[in-house]
Write a protein of this length. Structure first.
Length: 230
């Protein structure tokens, strides 16, 4: 990758698109280091596993596309299994190994994402409270601060939903494998899936946001009320 094509903010647009997807305002404030890092880690968990390691995936992973594909907003839990089962392999063990590797990689990604997301949400709570105590703030400053709080919330909520979808996709793929090509390796993958589910449950930081998912809670009130001046 040519240095001229890479910037520190390669995934700065993740929060913008998370907000834009639900009609929430977009903040004009610069991102903090933790906010940037959270978007970098979050992108890896939102991008479908089957889109990684493709010739075009580097464009998104390095932030050159600056957008989410429409199909990423609504998960098809059969898509991962379809690609796994349709790929040519010399042995069914290869499919089991690929599935186990993808599951365990997500466990590691969660371990990276959650501490950073927790710090961002914690500082946002302090920021929201500070708005009532700082004596001189313009309406634009207040609006941008609340919009950024909303963006950060939505990024975390989106990652949480994406992880639930990924776990369901992996489970669906394992069930197909067991039927098509039974193997003792399925037991090991079952353990990996249980570990992933445990990590997902332990990493829940916010209630579900309204990302087009039935029954989800709305975007936090401060983010919805904010009007950002341009």
């Amino acid at each position: 990758m040519r240095p001229s094509l890479v910037t520190d903010g390669i995934h700065a647009w993740v929060g913008r698109d998370a907000a834009r997807g639900v009609g929430a305002p977009i903040s004009l404030f610069p991102l903090t280091d933790d906010e940037m890092l959270m978007r970098d880690y979050g992108y890896q968990l939102i991008e479908p596993t089957y889109d990684r390691q493709r010739w075009y995936s580097v464009l998104g992973e390095w932030g050159m596309t600056h957008y989410f594909k429409p199909e990423w907003y609504h998960c098809d839990i059969t898509a991962y299994a379809a690609r796994l089962m349709n790929a040519y392999v010399r042995s069914e063990t290869s499919r089991y190994s690929r599935l186990d590797e993808d599951v365990r990689n997500d466990v590691v990604r969660i371990e990276h994402f959650v501490p950073v997301a927790r710090r961002v949400l914690d500082i946002d709570g302090k920021r929201d409270k500070s708005l009532g105590f700082v004596p001189v703030l313009s309406g634009q400053e207040v609006a941008n601060a609340k919009a950024r709080i909303g963006e950060n919330y939505l990024v975390v909520a989106w990652v949480q939903q994406a992880l639930l979808d990924r776990a369901a996709s992996y489970r669906f793929a394992l069930e197909r494998l067991i039927i098509v090509a039974p193997s003792p390796f399925a037991v090991e993958i079952e353990r990996s899936l249980n570990l992933l589910q445990t990590q997902i449950t332990a990493g829940v930081l916010v209630p579900p946001a309204n990302l087009g998912i039935a029954g989800a809670a709305p975007v936090p009130a401060p983010a919805r009320r904010a009007v950002v001046s341009k």
